[in-house]
Write a protein that binds this ligand. Structure first.
Ligand code: G3P
Ligand code: CA
Length: 228
C-alpha cells in the first residue's frame, strides 16, 4: 500500500501556535511530508500567513489584515513572542524539506502566490511538487490555473463532493481536499479513479485517522502528525 502523506495543519497546530515559524519547524521535525498554511494579503501587497481575516484572535493586536501594512502586522505578537510570518519567510524556513500546501483565503492572493511560486521554482530551484495551492474559493483557483498551467491545485470542499469532483477534473487538479466527515470509501475510490489524490482535513482523532487510512486516502491533514 502506498504511504499516506502526513500534512501538518497550520504547521503543528496541536503543539505550537498555529501558522508560526516555530509551528512549521515543529511539523518538519515531527516528520511532516507537507505543511498546510493560510494566506491573506496585507494592505501593501505582502502575502501574510494567518488564518483569520483579522489579527484579533491570534495576536495581541486588533485589525483587519488587508487594512494593515506589513510593518504594522509585524509589530503584533502571537503569545507575546512570535511574529506573524510572511509566506516567503515560511518558504525560506522550509527550504524544500517538505511540500507546502498554500490555502488562499481569498482571490486577492492568487496572483501574488503564483508569482512567488514561480520565483521559487525559477530562481531557487524548487519543483512544482513542493507546492500545492488550495482554496474554498474556486474563483481563486481558476485564477491560479489561468496564470499557470502547471501549479498543483487542491480543491477544498465542505459541502458537495460530486460538484467538487467535476470542478477538480475541469481544473486538472492534483487533489481534492474534503472535510473528512464527507468522505466515504466509495467516494475515495471514485476520486482516485479519476487520477485525483484525496487529502481530507482536519483529521485529529485516532479513530477518524484510522478510518481515513482504511479508505486508502493519499494524505491526511492533521493538527497531530504523530497520530497518523
Ligand atoms: O486546508 C484544510 C483546512 O485548513 C481548511 O479549514 O478553516 O482550517 O483553514 P481551515
Ligand atoms: Ca487552512
Amino acid at each position: 500500500m502506498d504511504k499516506v502523506l502526513k500534512i501538518g495543519h497550520r504547521g503543528a497546530n496541536g503543539y505550537e501556535p498555529e501558522n508560526t515559524l516555530i509551528s512549521f519547524e515543529k511539523a518538519i521535525q515531527m516528520g511532516a511530508d507537507g505543511i498546510e498554511l493560510d494566506v491573506h494579503l496585507s494592505l501593501d501587497g505582502h502575502l501574510i500567513v494567518i488564518h483569520d481575516e483579522t489579527i484579533d484572535r491570534t495576536t495581541n493586536g486588533k485589525g483587519v489584515v488587508n487594512q494593515l501594512i506589513l510593518r504594522e502586522i509585524k509589530s503584533f505578537k502571537i503569545n507575546d513572542e512570535y511574529e506573524i510570518p510572511t509566506l516567503a519567510e515560511v518558504l525560506d524556513l522550509v527550504n524544500q524539506r517538505c511540500f507546502v500546501n498554500i490555502e488562499l483565503k481569498n482571490q486577492d492572493t492568487a496572483e501574488k502566490v503564483v508569482q512567488l511560486i514561480e520565483h521559487y521554482i525559477l530562481d531557487k530551484y524548487w519543483s512544482h511538487t513542493h507546492f500545492i495551492v488550495s482554496s474554498f474559493d474556486w474563483n481563486a483557483l481558476q485564477q491560479v490555473r489561468f496564470l499557470n498551467d502547471e501549479i498543483r491545485i487542491g480543491v477544498l470542499t465542505e459541502t458537495d463532493l460530486d460538484l467538487a469532483i467535476s470542478f477538480a477534473r475541469f481544473m486538472k487538479a492534483e487533489a481534492l481536499h474534503p472535510d473528512f466527515q464527507l468522505l466515504t470509501d466509495e467516494y475515495t475510490t471514485k476520486i482516485q479513479e479519476k487520477g485525483i489524490q484525496v487529502f481530507p482535513w482536519t483529521v485529529n482523532e485516532t479513530d477518524d485517522i484510522q478510518r481515513m487510512k482504511s479508505f486508502k486516502v493519499n494524505g491526511i491533514i492533521t493538527d497531530f502528525l504523530d497520530r497518523v
